[in-house]
Structures are given as structure tokens and as C-alpha cells.
Ligand binder design. Structure first.
Ligand code: ATP
Ligand code: MG
Length: 249
């Protein structure tokens, strides 16, 4: 039986304007519209400064839109209290960042257990779950290591284990391979592919590298705060670059 797909992320005419310290303001996103359904694997691409992270922060309910609506699991984010937002982030979303964001003074196991503590899960179950996740990312022999004792790729695998510990339906990753060499980067992406295919986890990932986007099944290309391409992953980058050119006109 085919799994039912439901809209998870839905942006409707989302604009984002930042006030500038020197006065005035800068508009960074312009009328962004898209829907991402459960089970999708989407890469958000575009040049530096085009608004990718700004868009991701809105998707992750870390920042609000200036206007327009954003619905996460059918709920309008702007109507939620900060407590509700924290709960929805903790329960539904696993975040993965370029710089791993691990706590340096905590062991690998502690790092993975951390989000579970906020859910009120008892210690024994936290340890069991964290160990399962470490095994899943192939680092079961490293639980008492500190992040500084690991390679970049291993750190990112710990960060992914932490993101997965809470059993998220959605993974948001901002340049997850940005600090890794291409071999490590490809390994991480193969793992994402598996999570998406075998566990049905929806993945939205920002990347600069066209080669990395090949693991996704859809690309949303942003240029100067506007979507210039939204469709299947093309074989060559030319289509995306052409979409930028058209937007420049
Ligand atoms: N908190 C903020 N206050 C003011 N301006 C901001 C803020 N965050 C981002 N910007 C501006 O918004 C624009 C888009 O930034 P954003 O970080 O979304 O780009 P990006 O596409 O993620 O770039 P990169 O690929 O370099 O990470 C930039 O011009 C940036 O200076
Ligand atoms: Mg960014």
C-alpha cells in the first residue's frame, strides 16, 4: 500500500524584511510559495546571500515571516505561542547544521541524549535510544569520546544521530556537508538518502554544490530572494543557471 502523502511545509507569499542597524531595511525574501509533502527529499540551492538560510530559519520556526503565511503540519506558525513552537520543533524537526553545533564539553552519548531530556524521557530510556542512534550512524564504539576527538564526518554523524534521537518526521539541514571533504560529504548524503527511502523521513537540505543536490529528488532554486526554479533535479546545472539569468532580466 502506498503511503499517504500530506503537506508538511506550506509557504504562501512569504516575505522577509530585515531592519538594518544603519537604519532602513532590506527585503531578503519576496513572495515565496511552495509546498513540501511528507516523504520528499528537497535541496534548496542558490548563490551566497540569496536567502536560503533565511528561508530555512522560517521553515524551522526559528524565525518568523514579515508577511505571508507559513503552515507547518497544517498549523499557522504565526498563531503559535513560543512554547508551542518549541514543542513542535522538538517533536517534529531534527536540525543539522554546517558546523555540527555539538556541545564540546559533553561526550558523544550526552550530546545525543540532550534533546530527549527536554521531552521528559527518563534517563535509562535516553541512554538506550542514544545508543541505538549511535549504532545507526556506525559510531557505537565512540560514545565516551568528546566531539573534539572526532573527525568532521564523525561529528556530523553524531549531529545526525542527535537529530534522529527524537524520531523526527522532518530533517532540516543547512549545508550539512559544507565543512566536509567530498568523500565524507557523499557518505553523509548516502545516509540521508537511506533515511528518506527506508524511514520515510522528509528531508530539506540547503547546499551550494550541484553534485550534492543529486541525492535529492527536487530542487528549489533561490536567486535574490525569489524562486527561479522548482522541479525535479536536472542532470546539469545549466538549467538552474539559466533560471537565474531569466530572473536578472
Ligand atoms: N538577521 C539578519 N539581519 C539582517 N540581515 C540579514 C539577517 N540574516 C540574513 N540577512 C541578510 O539576508 C541576505 C540573505 O542571507 P542568507 O543567510 O539567507 O543567505 P544564504 O543564501 O543562506 O547565503 P549563504 O549561501 O552564504 O549561506 C543577506 O544579504 C544577509 O545579509
Ligand atoms: Mg546560508
Amino acid at each position: 500500500m502506498k503511503k499517504q502523502t500530506i503537506p508538511i511545509i506550506s509557504l504562501n507569499k512569504v516575505n522577509k524584511i530585515f531592519p538594518l542597524a544603519v537604519g532602513g531595511s532590506q527585503q531578503v525574501l519576496f513572495d515565496i510559495n511552495f509546498t513540501i509533502n511528507s516523504g520528499e527529499f528537497v535541496a534548496i540551492m542558490g548563490p551566497s546571500g540569496s536567502g536560503k538560510s533565511t528561508c530555512m530559519n522560517i521553515i524551522g520556526a526559528l524565525d518568523g515571516a514579515t508577511s505571508g503565511t507559513y503552515e507547518l503540519y497544517g498549523k499557522d506558525i504565526s498563531t503559535m505561542t513560543p512554547d508551542d513552537l518549541a514543542t513542535i520543533r522538538n517533536e517534529y524537526i531534527g536540525f543539522v547544521f554546517q558546523n555540527f553545533n555539538l556541545l564540546p564539553k559533553r561526550t558523544v552519548l550526552d550530546n545525543i541524549m540532550m534533546p530527549l531530556m527536554y521531552r521528559g524521557i527518563v534517563m535509562r530510556d535516553r541512554i538506550t535510544r542514544a545508543r541505538e542512534m549511535l549504532k545507526l550512524v556506525g559510531l557505537e564504539n565512540f560514545e565516551v569520546y568528546y566531539p573534539t576527538q572526532l573527525s568532521g564526518g564523525m561529528k556530523q554523524r553524531v549531529a545526525i544521530a542527535r537529530a534522529l534521537a527524537g524520531n523526527p518526521k522532518l530533517i532540516l539541514a543547512d549545508e550539512p556537508t559544507g565543512s566536509l571533504d567530498s568523500k565524507m560529504g557523499n557518505e553523509i548524503l548516502k545516509f540521508f538518502e537511506k533515511l528518506n527511502r527506508d524511514f520515510g523521513i522528509t528531508i530539506v537540505m540547503i547546499t551550494h554544490e550541484f553534485q550534492i543536490s543529486q541525492y535529492a529528488r527536487r530542487i528549489i532554486h533561490i536567486y535574490d530572494g525569489r524562486i527561479t526554479y522548482d522541479g525535479p533535479v536536472p542532470k546539469s546545472e545549466t538549467i538552474l543557471l539559466k533560471s537565474e539569468k531569466r530572473a536578472k532580466k
